[in-house]
Design a protein around this ligand. Sequence first.
Ligand code: MRU
Length: 411
Amino acid sequence: MAVEDIARTIWWDDEQRRVMLIDQSRLPLVGDLLVCSTADGVCTAITGMAVRGAPALGVAAALAIALWAANESDEITGTDEFMAELDAVAAKITATRPTAVNLFWGAERMRALARANANLPLPELRESLVAEAVSMESEDEERNRAIGRFGAELLPDEPSVLTHCNAGSLATVFYGTALGVIFAAQEAGKKPQVWVDETRPVLQGARLTAWELRMAGIPFHLITDNMAASVMRSGWVDAVIVGADRIAANGDVANKIGTYGLAVLCHEHGIPFYVAAPTSTVDLTLESGEGIVIEERDPREVLGVTFSGVFEPRSPEEARAWDLLTQEGSYAVPFTKGHAMEIARKGAAYQVDGWVRVAPPGVEVYNPAFDVTPAKYVTAIITERGVARPDYMGSLADMCAGSGAIDEIGA
Ligand code: MRU
């Protein structure tokens, strides 16, 4: 068991000219590999949360454009038309989720490259876009490892760290940001242990962070989100480290809903609150977090719990019965009210996707996916270029100078 055993999240398959990604929507018990041959396929993977986490979304955006260039733009013969179509594809990709600026950054970097290479013959321009997206994959890992090294230095020898959501390897191409700091601390000979917030409602902590930490052999306790205050008060937390989806120029941080509460708790208990994120997460076009668009998601995430699983029939009779029920596609179990469950064939097995209603029908829901933590609660922002401290207006701008961070486009 080691960090290196964690599978990469998303990658370009050069032989088949396609993008491969791990479907995170059903992890940890079902871990399918998805194959995308079109930009639309990647968009569907993003909206369905098969790929998620800000840095991974940035690379996914670039790879989606690479797919379009490699597989879907053959009929275009003129550069002007190519550039106009590329802009339209980029707009479609950035419309999938509004909060993580990395998505915009990934698309913008590809558009900028296309503009710079507009004088090339189209076949070469297409290839340059593929090469750019592929290089963003490896850059992502390098950045995360650098964040990890800078962050690990901030921790004591036997740190007890609380984290929220999944800012691990799965949220990036590889290695992670907040979890990257913990992985790097372990690699540096420290002995970290982790408190993992389950992270309602989508449970990225319970499903993904717990899965990664177990793979990496790092000891941890899973807690429900409402246990964090009590754990801190008990004196069991040396630092909170989270990732970010967008950081404004003044250091306000948008991250998974619940992050703000943790930052306030840290303030109360004198615990450092660290944000680990690449400079591609910094949005210098926004003076403060007020301008950050917060995604609101399906009420069903709050009203109930989803589950997935795979089963194999125990006898030929059982197989025949399930085959009969699924012969025309997926079979919806006819609950009289409340829950939902679909069963579909999956090779010789069957895939189950269900949703268990917890709240009564007719309940109004508010389901923001992210919140904004004011900069005054952020002890430091750990980037691949070093550690930024308040006043962030100056330190973040210095850190991002020449990094290619977004400073010309907004959401
Ligand atoms: O909705 P998600 O799962 O995409 O949200 C992810 C987060 O909030 C992460 O903490 C953030 O993207 C940082 S990932 C390094």
